[in-house]
Write a protein that binds this ligand. Structure first.
Ligand SMILES: CCCCCCC[C@H](O)CC(=O)SCCNC(=O)CCNC(=O)[C@H](O)C(C)(C)COP(=O)([O-])OP(=O)([O-])OC[C@H]1O[C@@H](n2cnc3c(N)ncnc32)[C@H](O)[C@@H]1OP(=O)([O-])[O-]
Ligand SMILES: NC(=O)c1ccc[n+]([C@@H]2O[C@H](COP(=O)([O-])OP(=O)(O)OC[C@H]3O[C@@H](n4cnc5c(N)ncnc54)[C@H](O)[C@@H]3O)[C@@H](O)[C@H]2O)c1
Length: 272
């Protein structure tokens, strides 16, 4: 959102987490410069529009739009939205990047449910073309249109969907990824070969295990647990996923998940 010209307040709980966020932004900007999508001067202007904060109250003063992207946990999101409601101007729009939780339930923690909306981005957000906009029970049409406009300014296409658990995209991708984990557990093929089969045979840009490590296994597990509540066993997380999370192997962000990223890059994925 800094690229099309918005002034961004990036807020996280601690300096270390904030620095990780800035490092991610830096990596993306340098890829855009290398690919000549941005000049070095434009990248510098983007950087200058992003200010980091660890104090939420200060960060939120005078903002028009908040996009919350904290871990996928309803109690945490409700607590954050309660604070967003207290610290922002009454006319500010409060969006959540939740992958599958009820936007309506998150909105219930505020006094302005008509200004609460799902703004679901995809990883990597600077590249992926969609923003899935989720209309909660009380979300106003004005709020939906504001999010459509902002998304389009960021070069994204949009779809507006109903507030059901998992919306469109998380239901669809979970069904695929969880089934591939069951295929692995049945010993039908290795993770490398399932990834290769899905990439080359089905033409997905990433295989399910590469993608799971990229998304983050904790986020996947939170999402699948949430969807079990709504849809039952078809979204139940296979033990393989649960054990990796219990062991703290969360994918790329911790260096290990279905693959080991501490090894030489060519042994990390089946990508050829
Ligand atoms: C069980 C419950 C599960 C629920 C899960 C929840 C999920 C969640 O809510 C939603 C999701 O995100 S779902 C997940 C949704 N996500 C997916 O499904 C992702 C699937 N994967 C993909 O679409 C592709 O593999 C990528 C686009 C990641 C890389 O593309 P590739 O062709 O394999 O490799 P390439 O050639 O290296 O890169 C191509 C171009 O992209 C550029 N670039 C890359 N990263 C960048 C960054 N961070 N910044 C800037 N730029 C970046 C790169 O520079 C290059 O630009 P150029 O101008 O052409 O030189
Ligand atoms: N990972 C993905 O590919 C992806 C894609 C789309 C949507 N999402 C959604 O985005 C959200 C974040 O997912 P993630 O995978 O990036 O999680 P993550 O755990 O990797 O990152 C969460 C961030 O939130 C910060 N945080 C924790 N508590 C906070 C608080 N109280 N206030 C502010 N920040 C806080 C953490 O320090 C961390 O930087 C989830 O709702 C997830 O479902 C994730």
């Amino acid at each position: 959102l800094a690229t099309p010209g918005y002034e961004i307040h990036l807020c996280d709980v601690a300096e270390e987490a904030l620095n990780k966020g800035f490092a991610g932004i830096e990596k993306s900007l340098s890829r855009f410069v290398k690919a000549k999508h941005l000049t070095e001067k434009e990248a510098e202007e983007v950087r200058s529009r992003i200010t980091g904060f660890t104090d939420m109250e200060t960060a939120l003063r005078e903002v028009d739009l908040v996009v919350e992207a904290a871990p996928e946990n309803m109690e945490l999101k409700k607590q954050i939205f309660h604070d967003l409601d207290r610290f922002t101007r009454p006319d500010a729009i409060l969006a959540t990047n939740t992958s599958e939780l009820s936007v309506t339930a998150i909105a219930s923690a505020t006094t302005r449910p008509e200004r609460v909306v799902g703004m679901h981005w995809f990883n990597p957000p600077p590249v992926m073309r969609l923003v899935e906009i989720v209309r909660g029970t009380d979300t106003s049409q004005e709020t939906i249109e504001m999010i459509m406009q902002v998304s389009e300014q960021a070069g994204k296409e949009t779809v507006v969907v109903k507030d059901v658990q998992g919306f469109v995209t998380s239901r669809a991708i979970s069904a695929h990824m969880l089934e591939c984990m069951r295929i692995l557990e049945e010993g039908v093929a290795s993770a490398e070969d399932i990834d290769k089969a899905v990439r080359l045979g089905l033409n997905y840009p990433m295989g399910p295990f590469e993608l799971a490590d990229y998304v983050g296994l904790d986020t996947m597990l939170f999402a699948s647990d949430g969807m079990v509540e709504a849809y039952g066993d078809r979204f139940r997380a296979p033990q393989t996923l649960r054990k990796l999370v219990e062991a703290g192997h969360l994918g790329r962000k911790t260096g290990k998940g279905f693959y080991d990223y501490t090894k030489k890059p060519e042994t990390v994925s089946a990508k050829k």
